[in-house]
Design a protein around this ligand. Structure first.
Ligand code: AMP
Length: 614
């Protein structure tokens, strides 16, 4: 590879993003391994909370989270739970959709990504819970695009976790169970590993179950104590409720380490202009009994996923705990007892999903192509069409029965074709109504789209055939085609297109709204100096982060220089020239002290080392 051709090859790092209900994180591949992107305050995760402050500033992360108590009507947390819904949340003077609010979070992440990997277009792999519907996946993709990412792929969180795990254990074969209990969602998946290939065999879960629910159960417990003591329900007061929620989460986390916690809140609310507080002790046992029904539900899902994968608990070789809530000792215990096996906790439960997304990104970008991992996924729902129910004792079936063409847990990407026939004599058109879900009747399932195929040959009922093909890809996008067998006339739609045609304008409206929100912020900055100190602090943090990366890259570039210098004597001709080219790339990048250039030079060195079998 000559220097010129290398320069032509543009280095496009892809980032992996875990857009979580409670916290979000991002990673990329560095030295053939996932590396977390440092977000605010040197943390690898950022609270998924958005605040539009009274000055119009868009604040994301810890500060926004802290403002939940003081400015609940300007703050939005856990927006992921509303992803894909047709709702909007008023924050100050404006209302924002879940996609727009998620875009603010992703934009914040993008800033940190740009600082590490350099400015410019970025591709991203974003994770979603396995149980996200098509609409929720599309909404997530839209959020990524609104934030300025090119969304390369949407992958399931448990798949990502298994990928992170797979990377470190390439030579093990067996079944991994991923138990992912985060802030707002619970997912459980069985992943099969064979010769470096990962395949998700089955997934189950509940996208409305997580640590947030534990917090609210504790809020109720605490509020009832206040009520019985003072005769006032602090949950009726917006601030009182937010204060209790904040305290509840703190208490919950402490109970992961301590057997009991003293809760002392001087002021929660007021009654007859007199402050009302709380002083109480809660034990771990009491907390466990509060959350027990929810933990039992996760256990039921464990049984369901094993049944779907046709496995017994003792056939699971590794259990992987993912998500912050798996730090609760009782969760550990439950999983341990269920499988009679110590679950793995060597991967940080807050970071594993982002790391796995980075692995997927690395496979896509080629940074990890030599690793030999292939990942397949499963359809999280059955997808099919409305048909007549089966004929019963000579009577015509009832309309509205659901016929699955791609059953739940089918390995994807997948294409399936089935043939149907007309129901009336002389029928020349047929309506294809597409649904997802598990019920036998479409009215209980989720409507995706419909279209009419015209141009059938008019023949007696049951004699004209219509072939229906469903194609479902790894991004969760469904393409449906119907074709008349006799005339060859066909029609095709993708569910994404159908959804997006009407939402294309909505996308640009959202983009304009987001841009104007940032513009308003700039204008506010021009006139306000109040926040300058804060901005400076933030800038300072970032510079530190960048220095650290620069230093690491510099060290790595020096390592490659030393390695290539030693190798020079063993080489001649083309390979010697290639080594010299790589060395001059490295030197130039070192002189320029530029992170992007260093990345490129190191990537080239890695490729060359593999080519030359160094
Ligand atoms: P995640 O969605 O994976 O970021 O998980 C966030 C959830 O984990 C939140 O509900 C946190 O309160 C919870 N969490 C984090 N650390 C702990 C801990 N030590 N004990 C209990 N829950 C925790």
């Amino acid at each position: 590879m000559s220097e010129t051709s290398y320069k032509d090859k543009s280095f496009r790092p892809i980032v992996g993003i875990d857009l979580g209900t409670t916290n979000s994180a991002a990673a990329y591949i560095f030295k053939q391994k996932p590396k977390m992107i440092t977000l605010e305050y040197d943390h690898n995760t950022i609270p998924s909370v958005v605040l539009i402050d009274p000055k119009g500033h868009i604040v994301v992360g810890e500060e926004a989270r802290n403002a939940l108590v003081a400015m609940p009507d300007r703050t939005k947390a856990a927006v992921k739970r509303s992803m894909g819904e047709d709702v909007s949340f008023p924050l100050g003077d404006q209302s924002y959709t879940p996609e727009e609010l998620s875009a603010f979070i992703l934009k914040e992440i993008k800033e940190s990504v740009d600082e590490v990997l350099g400015e410019g277009e970025k591709e991203a792999v974003i994770t979603v819970p396995a149980y996200f519907t098509n609409t929720q996946r599309q909404a997530t993709k839209k959020a990524g695009e609104l934030a300025g990412f090119v969304v390369e792929r949407i992958i399931n969180e448990p798949t990502a976790a298994a990928l992170a795990y797979g990377l470190q254990n390439l030579h093990d074969d067996g079944h991994i169970l991923v138990y992912d209990l985060g802030g707002g969602t619970f997912d459980v998946s069985v992943v099969e590993m064979m010769g470096g290939i990962l395949e998700v065999k089955a997934s189950a879960g509940n996208n409305q179950l997580g640590g947030e629910d534990f917090d609210w159960l504790l809020v109720d417990w605490l509020a009832e104590k206040v009520q019985s003591e003072h005769g006032v329900d602090p949950r009726q007061d917006v601030r009182g409720k937010a204060r209790l929620k904040e305290e509840a989460e703190k208490v919950k986390k402490e109970l992961s380490f301590a057997d009991s916690v003293d809760v002392a809140i001087p002021v929660i609310t007021v009654k007859n202009n007199v402050p009302v507080g709380l002083d109480v002790t809660i034990t771990r046992e009491e907390f466990i009994s509060l959350i027990k029904p929810l933990l039992q539900e996760t256990e039921e899902k464990l049984r369901q996923v094993l049944e779907d994968a046709n496995l017994q608990p003792n056939e699971i070789d590794e259990v992987l705990l993912v998500g912050g809530s798996t730090r609760i000792p009782q969760v550990h215990k439950l999983v341990h007892q269920f499988f009679q096996k110590e679950p793995r906790s060597d991967i940080n439960p807050d970071e594993v999903v982002a790391q796995g997304a980075a692995v997927q990104a690395g496979i896509k970008s080629g940074a990890l192509s030599k690793k030999g991992i292939i990942v397949t996924d499963v359809a999280p729902f059955s997808m099919g069409i409305a048909v007549l129910s089966a004929n019963l004792m000579g009577r015509m079936g009832k309309p509205g029965a659901f016929h699955a063409i791609i059953p739940r847990n089918t390995t994807i990407p997948v294409t399936r074709t089935e043939q149907f026939s007309t129901t009336f004599d002389g029928q020349t058109e047929v309506k294809i109504e597409i649904f997802q879900g598990e019920n036998d009747w479409v009215k209980n399932n989720y409507f995706l789209n419909e279209f009419i195929l015209e141009g059938l040959a008019p023949r007696p009922a049951g004699e004209e055939g219509v072939e229906v093909t469903f194609r479902y890809n790894l991004n969760g996008i469904l393409e449906v085609k119907a074709k008349s067998v006799s005339t060859g006339v066909e029609m095709k739609i993708t569910v994404e297109d159908a959804l997006d045609r009407s939402s294309e304008t909505a996308f640009y409206d959202s983009l304009a709204k987001i841009e104007s929100a940032y513009q308003l912020e700039d204008e506010a900055d021009a006139t306000e100096s109040e926040w300058t100190l804060l901005d400076e602090l933030e800038d300072g943090d970032n510079i530190e982060g960048e220095d650290e990366t620069l230093q690491e890259l510099t060290e790595e570039a020096h390592d490659w220089l030393t390695r290539f210098t030693k190798e020079l004597d063993n080489r001649e001709g083309k390979s010697k020239q290639q080594l010299l080219n790589a060395m001059s790339q490295l030197k130039e990048a070192l002189d320029g002290k530029n992170t992007t250039q260093l990345h490129e030079a190191i990537e080239y060195s890695v490729d060359l080392a593999i080519d030359l079998e160094l």
